[in-house]
Design a protein around this ligand. Structure first.
Ligand code: ADP
Ligand code: MG
Length: 261
């Protein structure tokens, strides 16, 4: 079975990309799918959220993008079974600049993941930075699927049309096979009418692409990264944990059916 590369992207910051990458990644791993998290954000929240901090000289996503190391050397095991990580450091911000002058600058990640490089995994989730720059373009060019978290707040759909235009351009020029795996409503607060209105609006725009599973606003999800643990290892009984377990089931149904797994 070919591994599925999934970009978790939305150029808005603070919408739940990193939380979703870590939590869905941990869910897929809990379901015994060999999962790689690839931190492609210089803020390195995904790396820190797993309690890791690469020391100098350790290979990171920066080295992977620039072709300094192969995937096997950049990926490391975590303390959680079936879950691997390619970490990031703030140095990655430099890659965005260095890539500009390089040949095939949008395809660096795709090439790093090509061939048998990913054979050890069933899924690779790429946590994208909050921009549509070269790092995100590399993720979109390398991805089979795209997962878009949308925060249930005012201005939720702001910027989404820009994201959709970018996806069209990526399909046209970089990656014709890119599909949208799903749109995920995050930080849903059922006590507010606003959250319901935003959810309705997003479903109106994206229809069946929106996952039925909605991630509630849950303080345990916000706390987990400071303990360096995915939500399931931090508080399995929390609503946040349960929502991402449910999302994982829905996600596997969607993608494994589509991939004929
Ligand atoms: P992004 O990667 O898109 O910038 P994050 O996943 O880092 O977004 O989320 C932004 C902030 O909101 C973080 O502090 C995170 O812990 C918190 N957060 C994310 N999802 C939830 C949630 N469902 N409930 C409560 N807090 C959340
Ligand atoms: Mg993030």
């Amino acid at each position: 079975m070919r591994p599925r590369v999934v970009a978790v992207a939305n150029q808005k910051g603070g919408v739940g990309k990193t939380t979703t990458a870590i939590s869905l990644g941990a869910t897929l791993a809990a379901y015994e799918r060999r999962t790689l998290l690839l931190d492609l954000d210089p803020q390195s929240n995904c790396t820190a959220g797993l309690g890791l901090r690469p020391s100098a000289g350790e290979a990171t996503s920066y080295d992977l993008l620039l072709g300094n190391v192969a995937l096997a050397a950049a990926a490391r095991a975590t303390e959680f079974p079936f879950l691997g990580l390619v970490p990031a450091t703030p140095d990655l911000a430099g890659a965005e600049v260095e890539l500009v002058g390089m040949v095939g600058r949008e395809f660096r990640l795709r090439d790093a993941l090509a061939g048998d490089a990913l054979a050890a995994y069933d899924f690779a989730l790429v946590d994208c930075p909050p921009s549509l720059g070269l790092l995100t373009l590399n993720a979109l060019a390398a991805a089979d699927g795209l997962l878009v978290p949308i925060q249930c707040e005012y201005f939720a759909l702001e910027g989404v049309s820009h994201l959709m235009t970018t996806i069209e351009e990526v399909r046209r020029f970089l990656n014709p096979a890119l599909t949208i795996d799903g749109v995920l409503l995050t930080m849903y607060d059922e006590r507010t009418r606003l959250a319901q209105q935003v959810a309705d609006e997003v479903r109106g725009v994206f229809g069946g692409l929106v996952f039925e599973t909605v991630v509630p606003r849950n303080v345990r999800l916000a706390e987990a990264p400071s303990f360096g643990r995915p939500i399931h290892a931090y508080d399995l009984r929390s609503r946040g944990s349960q929502a991402y377990l449910e999302l994982g089931r829905e996600y596997l149904q969607r993608t494994e059916a589509a991939d004929g797994r």
